[in-house]
Design a binder for this molecule. Sequence first.
Ligand SMILES: [Zn+2]
Length: 430
Amino acid sequence: MKTLLTGGTVVSMDPAVGDLAPGDVLVEDGVIVEVAARIDAPDAEVIDATDRIVVPGFVDNHRHTWQTAFRGAGADWTFAEWAVAMHGTVKPHYRPEDVYAGTLLGRLEALHSGVTTMLDWYHVAGTHEHEDAAVAALRDAPGHSIFCLGAGWGTPDPVDSDVRRVRDVLPGDGPVTMALGLRGPEATDLDTVARELKLAAELGLRTSLHVDLTTGAVAELHAHGLLRDTTTFVHGNGLGDEELRMLADAGSSLSISPDVELKMGFGRPMTGRALAAGLRPTLSVDDVPSAAGDMFSTMRTAFAVQRGLDGGLRSRDLLSFVTLDAAASCGLDARTGSITPGKDADIVLLRADDLTVFPVTDPVASIVSAGHPGLVDTVLVSGRVVKRDGVLVDVDLAALRTRLLASRERIAAAAGIPLDGTWRPRPSSE
Ligand SMILES: [Zn+2]
């Protein structure tokens, strides 16, 4: 089956392909086969991309999707308040069906906003039924998803047999794959980190771990030979420059969540310092109770902060962080992250005629400075159209909304929290 995108402004993010205005993209059996100023393919289904900016699908490599029922509830929260609210107050009341509803609506929202590949950093609860519910939700949403089985925050560390069980459920390189979330040196001992890395290597899993405020965590891992080119470090606001260079030398990745880090008091996003140390940063949403779920927001916040600090970064850097660089951090840069012949057709068409960006002079500058999910007109995942004319295809949103609202209300009632905007979590230290 062939699909031809015609007459769009193509921002390929592949230096060998470049940008074309206008340009055509030919997709065959889910794979990009040609990108050129004009392509003749009379047997292809045509998608008119006139007045559209054609970009690679976005990649979010760190999102705790289970929290979706409480989207927007925590814009004012500190980190301590978020921890007591999400992990201390509502999480104990999550049933598998709540994990399913939150994960599915969260994944669909990401897709709606152009995120074709998303890593779900799972740390809600340790039962097999909860894990399976998250996997089922990711499978029921039509995007590439990575189920990152994690722990921490009162969740039992997954034991080896549990990791192996999920690996048996997610064995291959299908639409939903698996990664392993580590607690890391801030929350556990180095022997545990070493054991988990060994297990991950045996099972062929990439790993991700949070290092928030601690200086020295990465140096400690480095000293014990525990840095891997298959590990993504999340946040890293406390890392020293030497530690950032250690990550760069090891080929590890860094995932920056600009809104959460700034609002919850982690410190400034590490974008500029990471680049200076030789790392290609990536951006992530992290938590939708306190941050927006789209990559336009992450790009804009990271851009504004770095420009404010030192005038650094160009808008194209930001677009790279959420496409090609993020794909590399997931080990998927051979398959996605740019509009390159041979890669999966993970492609987003953005409205260039919307008044919020019209008229477009420099498409990348417009996307980064003024882009928003309302521009996301059409989304293809492996060539399959999953959003068209601004609407998700074959998704009964009304039914899913009802389901998520019921989940939220049941959890809130069980946890004794109000849903009228007066919920103010109280950390025990206050
Ligand atoms: Zn996180």
